[in-house]
Design a protein around this ligand. Structure first.
Ligand SMILES: Nc1ncnc2c1ncn2[C@@H]1O[C@H](COP(=O)(O)OP(=O)(O)O)[C@@H](O)[C@H]1O
Ligand SMILES: [Mg+2]
Length: 223
Protein backbone atom coordinates (compact mmCIF):
# COMPACT_ATOMS: atom_id res chain seq x y z
CA UNK A 1 0.00 0.00 0.00
CA UNK A 2 2.79 2.42 0.89
CA UNK A 3 6.52 2.38 0.37
CA UNK A 4 8.78 5.10 1.71
CA UNK A 5 12.38 5.39 0.62
CA UNK A 6 14.85 7.78 2.31
CA UNK A 7 12.20 10.31 3.27
CA UNK A 8 13.62 13.52 4.71
CA UNK A 9 11.85 16.61 5.98
CA UNK A 10 13.44 19.96 6.75
CA UNK A 11 11.23 22.70 8.21
CA UNK A 12 12.19 26.29 7.48
CA UNK A 13 15.32 27.56 5.75
CA UNK A 14 18.73 29.03 6.59
CA UNK A 15 19.48 29.53 10.28
CA UNK A 16 15.91 28.59 11.16
CA UNK A 17 16.08 25.25 9.32
CA UNK A 18 15.22 22.19 11.37
CA UNK A 19 15.47 18.64 10.09
CA UNK A 20 12.64 16.53 11.50
CA UNK A 21 13.06 13.40 9.34
CA UNK A 22 16.49 12.02 8.47
CA UNK A 23 15.90 9.43 5.75
CA UNK A 24 13.09 7.06 6.70
CA UNK A 25 12.40 3.90 4.76
CA UNK A 26 9.68 1.35 5.41
CA UNK A 27 6.69 -0.30 3.76
CA UNK A 28 3.16 -1.10 4.84
CA UNK A 29 1.41 -3.87 2.91
CA UNK A 30 -2.21 -3.90 1.74
CA UNK A 31 -4.46 -4.95 4.59
CA UNK A 32 -1.91 -4.36 7.33
CA UNK A 33 -2.64 -2.81 10.74
CA UNK A 34 0.51 -0.77 11.43
CA UNK A 35 1.53 1.49 14.30
CA UNK A 36 4.18 4.18 14.12
CA UNK A 37 5.54 4.46 17.62
CA UNK A 38 8.02 6.78 19.26
CA UNK A 39 8.53 9.47 21.91
CA UNK A 40 7.15 12.98 21.65
CA UNK A 41 9.04 15.12 19.14
CA UNK A 42 10.55 12.19 17.19
CA UNK A 43 8.73 13.15 13.99
CA UNK A 44 5.56 11.03 14.06
CA UNK A 45 3.13 13.77 13.12
CA UNK A 46 5.53 15.08 10.48
CA UNK A 47 5.63 11.59 9.00
CA UNK A 48 1.88 11.11 9.16
CA UNK A 49 1.30 14.47 7.46
CA UNK A 50 3.55 13.31 4.63
CA UNK A 51 1.80 9.92 4.45
CA UNK A 52 -1.52 11.77 4.41
CA UNK A 53 -0.44 14.07 1.57
CA UNK A 54 -0.97 17.09 3.78
CA UNK A 55 2.71 17.99 3.53
CA UNK A 56 5.51 17.17 1.09
CA UNK A 57 8.84 15.59 2.02
CA UNK A 58 12.04 17.52 1.34
CA UNK A 59 13.61 14.42 -0.18
CA UNK A 60 12.99 10.74 -0.84
CA UNK A 61 10.29 8.75 -2.59
CA UNK A 62 6.75 7.96 -1.49
CA UNK A 63 4.78 5.31 -3.36
CA UNK A 64 1.06 5.08 -2.52
CA UNK A 65 -0.88 2.19 -4.08
CA UNK A 66 1.91 1.83 -6.62
CA UNK A 67 2.10 5.50 -7.67
CA UNK A 68 4.73 8.13 -6.88
CA UNK A 69 2.98 10.80 -4.84
CA UNK A 70 5.85 12.80 -3.31
CA UNK A 71 6.14 15.07 -6.35
CA UNK A 72 2.47 15.61 -7.30
CA UNK A 73 1.03 19.05 -8.02
CA UNK A 74 -1.22 20.52 -5.32
CA UNK A 75 -4.34 19.73 -7.33
CA UNK A 76 -3.45 16.10 -7.93
CA UNK A 77 -2.34 15.65 -4.32
CA UNK A 78 -5.67 16.99 -3.07
CA UNK A 79 -7.54 14.60 -5.35
CA UNK A 80 -5.55 11.54 -4.30
CA UNK A 81 -5.95 12.52 -0.64
CA UNK A 82 -9.73 12.88 -0.98
CA UNK A 83 -10.22 9.64 -2.93
CA UNK A 84 -7.71 7.34 -1.23
CA UNK A 85 -7.22 8.41 2.39
CA UNK A 86 -9.26 8.74 5.56
CA UNK A 87 -8.02 10.67 8.60
CA UNK A 88 -8.73 10.27 12.29
CA UNK A 89 -7.49 12.97 14.70
CA UNK A 90 -6.55 12.99 18.37
CA UNK A 91 -8.94 15.85 19.12
CA UNK A 92 -11.67 14.46 16.80
CA UNK A 93 -11.97 17.74 14.80
CA UNK A 94 -15.76 17.51 14.57
CA UNK A 95 -17.89 20.55 13.80
CA UNK A 96 -19.64 21.25 17.13
CA UNK A 97 -22.84 22.75 15.75
CA UNK A 98 -23.49 19.99 13.27
CA UNK A 99 -25.13 16.67 14.07
CA UNK A 100 -23.15 13.44 14.09
CA UNK A 101 -24.76 12.45 10.79
CA UNK A 102 -23.93 15.81 9.17
CA UNK A 103 -20.32 15.52 10.36
CA UNK A 104 -20.04 12.05 8.83
CA UNK A 105 -21.58 13.18 5.53
CA UNK A 106 -19.48 16.34 5.19
CA UNK A 107 -16.56 14.85 3.19
CA UNK A 108 -18.99 13.28 0.70
CA UNK A 109 -19.82 16.72 -0.65
CA UNK A 110 -16.19 17.34 -1.64
CA UNK A 111 -16.09 14.01 -3.44
CA UNK A 112 -19.31 14.62 -5.37
CA UNK A 113 -21.32 11.79 -3.82
CA UNK A 114 -24.91 12.28 -5.06
CA UNK A 115 -27.11 14.03 -2.49
CA UNK A 116 -29.57 11.19 -2.22
CA UNK A 117 -26.82 8.70 -1.46
CA UNK A 118 -25.11 10.76 1.27
CA UNK A 119 -27.62 10.29 4.08
CA UNK A 120 -27.99 6.56 3.46
CA UNK A 121 -24.23 6.08 3.44
CA UNK A 122 -23.83 8.27 6.54
CA UNK A 123 -26.39 6.20 8.44
CA UNK A 124 -24.69 2.99 7.37
CA UNK A 125 -21.35 4.31 8.64
CA UNK A 126 -22.83 5.43 11.96
CA UNK A 127 -24.28 1.94 12.41
CA UNK A 128 -20.90 0.43 11.56
CA UNK A 129 -19.19 2.35 14.38
CA UNK A 130 -21.95 1.46 16.84
CA UNK A 131 -23.79 4.81 16.87
CA UNK A 132 -26.91 3.90 14.94
CA UNK A 133 -29.21 5.93 17.19
CA UNK A 134 -26.95 8.94 17.72
CA UNK A 135 -27.06 10.54 14.29
CA UNK A 136 -29.12 13.54 15.46
CA UNK A 137 -26.88 14.34 18.44
CA UNK A 138 -24.20 17.02 18.29
CA UNK A 139 -20.64 16.25 19.43
CA UNK A 140 -21.12 18.08 22.76
CA UNK A 141 -23.92 15.66 23.62
CA UNK A 142 -21.61 12.67 23.16
CA UNK A 143 -18.74 11.12 25.12
CA UNK A 144 -15.12 11.20 23.98
CA UNK A 145 -15.28 7.63 22.73
CA UNK A 146 -18.50 8.35 20.83
CA UNK A 147 -16.93 11.46 19.29
CA UNK A 148 -14.01 9.42 18.08
CA UNK A 149 -16.42 6.86 16.59
CA UNK A 150 -17.96 9.71 14.62
CA UNK A 151 -14.46 10.78 13.60
CA UNK A 152 -13.83 7.26 12.31
CA UNK A 153 -17.17 7.11 10.47
CA UNK A 154 -16.34 10.46 8.83
CA UNK A 155 -12.89 9.14 7.83
CA UNK A 156 -14.68 6.29 6.01
CA UNK A 157 -17.11 8.62 4.20
CA UNK A 158 -15.40 8.46 0.82
CA UNK A 159 -14.49 4.77 1.01
CA UNK A 160 -10.73 5.21 1.44
CA UNK A 161 -8.11 2.53 0.80
CA UNK A 162 -6.01 3.62 3.77
CA UNK A 163 -7.00 4.92 7.19
CA UNK A 164 -4.49 7.20 8.93
CA UNK A 165 -4.80 8.18 12.58
CA UNK A 166 -2.59 10.51 14.66
CA UNK A 167 -2.79 9.56 18.36
CA UNK A 168 -6.47 8.57 17.95
CA UNK A 169 -6.74 7.44 21.57
CA UNK A 170 -4.65 10.25 23.05
CA UNK A 171 -7.67 12.07 24.50
CA UNK A 172 -9.46 8.96 25.77
CA UNK A 173 -9.35 6.99 29.01
CA UNK A 174 -7.71 3.58 28.76
CA UNK A 175 -10.93 1.55 28.60
CA UNK A 176 -12.38 3.70 25.83
CA UNK A 177 -9.02 3.63 24.06
CA UNK A 178 -9.19 -0.17 23.94
CA UNK A 179 -12.70 0.01 22.43
CA UNK A 180 -11.49 2.39 19.73
CA UNK A 181 -8.51 0.12 19.02
CA UNK A 182 -10.96 -2.79 18.68
CA UNK A 183 -12.95 -0.78 16.16
CA UNK A 184 -9.81 -0.18 14.07
CA UNK A 185 -9.14 -3.92 14.33
CA UNK A 186 -12.64 -4.75 13.06
CA UNK A 187 -12.17 -2.40 10.10
CA UNK A 188 -8.80 -4.00 9.44
CA UNK A 189 -10.39 -7.48 9.57
CA UNK A 190 -12.75 -6.29 6.82
CA UNK A 191 -9.73 -5.42 4.67
CA UNK A 192 -8.94 -1.79 5.52
CA UNK A 193 -5.26 -0.87 5.74
CA UNK A 194 -4.72 1.08 8.98
CA UNK A 195 -1.71 3.15 10.03
CA UNK A 196 -1.83 4.86 13.37
CA UNK A 197 0.65 6.96 15.28
CA UNK A 198 1.08 6.57 19.02
CA UNK A 199 3.57 7.12 21.83
CA UNK A 200 1.72 4.46 23.86
CA UNK A 201 3.19 0.96 23.87
CA UNK A 202 -0.16 -0.61 24.86
CA UNK A 203 -1.77 0.93 21.77
CA UNK A 204 1.06 -0.12 19.46
CA UNK A 205 0.93 -3.70 20.81
CA UNK A 206 -2.51 -4.12 19.25
CA UNK A 207 -1.13 -3.56 15.74
CA UNK A 208 0.41 -6.30 13.55
CA UNK A 209 3.40 -4.22 12.47
CA UNK A 210 5.12 -1.70 14.73
CA UNK A 211 7.52 0.82 13.24
CA UNK A 212 9.65 2.40 15.96
CA UNK A 213 10.85 5.93 15.18
CA UNK A 214 13.58 7.81 17.00
CA UNK A 215 15.03 11.20 16.07
CA UNK A 216 13.51 11.08 12.59
CA UNK A 217 14.77 7.58 11.73
CA UNK A 218 13.37 4.06 11.83
CA UNK A 219 14.93 2.43 14.88
CA UNK A 220 13.41 -1.03 14.33
CA UNK A 221 10.32 -2.81 13.06
CA UNK A 222 8.36 -5.57 14.77
CA UNK A 223 5.78 -7.84 13.13
N1 LIG B 1 6.05 23.43 11.25
C1 LIG B 1 7.18 23.15 11.91
N2 LIG B 1 8.25 23.99 11.85
C2 LIG B 1 9.40 23.71 12.51
N3 LIG B 1 9.60 22.61 13.26
C3 LIG B 1 8.59 21.74 13.35
C4 LIG B 1 7.32 21.96 12.70
N4 LIG B 1 6.51 20.91 12.99
C5 LIG B 1 7.22 20.09 13.79
N5 LIG B 1 8.47 20.58 14.02
C6 LIG B 1 9.54 19.95 14.81
O1 LIG B 1 9.81 18.68 14.26
C7 LIG B 1 10.05 17.73 15.30
C8 LIG B 1 9.08 16.57 15.14
O2 LIG B 1 7.76 17.03 15.43
P1 LIG B 1 6.47 16.11 15.32
O3 LIG B 1 6.48 15.46 14.00
O4 LIG B 1 5.29 16.93 15.67
O5 LIG B 1 6.78 15.03 16.45
P2 LIG B 1 5.81 14.01 17.22
O6 LIG B 1 4.50 13.97 16.51
O7 LIG B 1 6.55 12.71 17.20
O8 LIG B 1 5.68 14.52 18.61
C9 LIG B 1 9.90 18.48 16.62
O9 LIG B 1 11.20 18.84 17.06
C10 LIG B 1 9.10 19.69 16.24
O10 LIG B 1 9.40 20.79 17.07
MG1 LIG C 1 2.57 14.34 17.12
Amino acid sequence: MIKLQDITKVYGTGDAAFQALHGLSFSVADGEYAAIMGPSGCGKSTLLNILGLMDQPTGGEYLLAGHRVDDLSDTLRTGVRRDTLGFVFQSFNLLPRMTALANVCLPMGYAGVPNEERIARGKRLLAKVGLKDRGHHTPLQLSGGERQRIGIARALANEPKLLLADEPTGNLDSKTAVEIMELFKELNDEGMTVILVTHDRAVADRADHVIHIKDGLVLKEER
